[in-house]
Design a protein around this ligand. Structure first.
Ligand code: AMP
Length: 423
């Protein structure tokens, strides 16, 4: 019979032991920076009801039409979450977080799922960190949201990026603009790509997102939303820009940066980096003042962003930024014979109680092989234990970094290793 052979599902990867230290370091940075901004972490389920994602991400978006992992159990339709804005808003509404007073400033870290065609920087299971500030329409919320996002990249040392900024206005501004855009594009309908022709009827603003070559020349000359913002939206946009300038956060205005869904309002932004190649988007976000109501809550303004963690780590790799070193082991106990192995096993808890990392052989290897393993684990010390050591009570503690050794009693092991670590 053929041997079974399994591998990860298409577009999904294992994060192997040599990679997890960088992931943990990145997560640590996100938690630390979030704490400095007084943001609180929220964790929601991997599964959400299909209807929530339909409403939250949009019936007509690629994510919902093509990329959702969905299944049915009993009478309930579930999806693997493709993003976290809608789930966080769902949680906000479900738990009446508005009644706790103040603004909810919620950040998250976790896996998302989209059945996209995999390529470098595009996976079917990938990770995002992000933030949702719920309950404030003030430009300060937009500025702080962007400042937090930029702070994480700055702290890591990634500088090769462009922050694009736009305002998509409020519904009133947008209705006016959509009509102007439709009037401009309608005479060119037959020359547009097929997808753009469909969008012309349903949501002409999404045509500005098109990557199709035949659409480009029309997009380049299209009227821009800036000329159709009403006074409120215009003032809000000016305040966001001034706030970013005062924080020395560089940005470019991109009048074609739009969001398809109707609940998006005012600020829209995207962070991209040329070093990432074709999948160059590091993060994106904006204001969504109409989503909370769409999901069943009271009208509540909100703003947020989501950032791809795999892409951030690819950027680190390209820029030779290392987030974490392999952690070294403090002490490896080399044991020979059954009694020595039992003794080693019994001494490990005490070492660990003193916050030392300690390990021993699990397979009955020779002394040479155990020394080799201690080297591979980058152990700072080895302690050699055989029958002789057990009967005399004197052990050889070898400093592997400095290649010297001392003879000590069992009660001196901890103090010797600790003293070296402190020096
Ligand atoms: P979005 O929710 O589509 O705005 O995505 C936010 C960020 O998540 C993007 O800027 C990417 O960095 C990252 N991202 C989105 N989709 C994927 C994917 N399939 N694989 C890896 N990263 C992704």
């Amino acid at each position: 019979m053929a041997k079974p052979s399994f591998s990860t599902p298409l577009g999904m990867v294992d994060i192997l032991p040599e990679e997890t230290p960088s992931w943990r370091a990145l997560e640590q940075i996100i938690h630390e920076e979030a704490a400095k901004f007084n943001f609180q972490e929220i964790r929601t389920p991997i599964l959400e009801p299909t209807e929530l994602i339909r409403r939250g991400v949009g019936q007509l978006t690629d994510i919902v039409t093509k990329e959702i992992f969905a299944f049915k159990k009993g009478d309930t339709h579930y999806v693997l979450r493709p993003e976290l804005t809608a789930p966080v808003v769902r949680s906000y509404v479900q738990h009446h977080l508005d009644q706790r007073g103040g603004i909810q400033k919620l950040y998250y870290i976790g896996p998302m799922f989209r059945a996209e065609r995999p390529q470098k920087g595009r996976q079917r299971q990938f990770h995002q960190f992000g933030l949702e500030v719920i309950g404030s329409a003030d430009p300060v919320a937009d500025i702080e949201t962007i400042a937090f996002m930029m702070r994480v990249y700055q702290r890591i040392g990634i500088k090769n990026f462009t922050l694009k900024l736009n305002s998509v206005g409020d519904p009133e501004s947008r209705e006016r603009y959509k009509q102007v855009l439709r009037d401009y594009l309608e005479p060119k309908r037959s020359q547009l790509s097929e997808l753009s022709q469909q969008r012309l009827d349903k949501n002409p603003m999404r045509i500005l997102d098109s990557k199709e070559p035949e659409d480009q020349k029309f997009i380049a000359k299209a009227p821009t939303i800036q000329d159709y913002l009403n006074e409120d939206s215009s003032i809000h946009f000016e305040q966001v820009k001034c706030g970013l300038e005062s924080l020395d956060i560089a940005f470019e205005i991109d009048p074609h940066l739009v969001r398809g869904m109707d609940y998006y309002t005012r600020t829209a932004f995207e962070l991209s980096s040329p070093i990432l190649g074709s999948q160059d988007a590091l993060a994106g976000g904006g204001r969504y003042d109409l989503l909370v109501e769409e999901i069943g809550g009271k009208p509540t303004p909100a703003v947020g962003f989501a950032a791809g963690m795999e892409r951030l780590l690819i950027a680190c790799e390209k820029l030779n930024v290392s987030l974490a070193k392999k952690s070294a082991l403090d002490i490896y106990i080399v044991s020979l014979g059954e009694d020595a192995r039992n003794w080693a096993l019994s001494i490990l808890p005490e070492l660990r109680t003193h916050s030392l990392s300690a390990s021993m052989d699990y397979t009955g290897k020779s002394m040479r092989a155990q020394m080799k393993e201690a080297n591979r684990e980058l152990s700072r010390f080895t302690l050699i234990v055989g029958e002789n050591e057990l009967s005399t009570g004197t052990f050889i503690l070898r400093n592997m970094t400095e290649s010297n050794e001392v003879a000590i009693s069992a009660s001196e092991i901890v103090s010797n290793v600790l003293a070296y670590k402190k020096s």
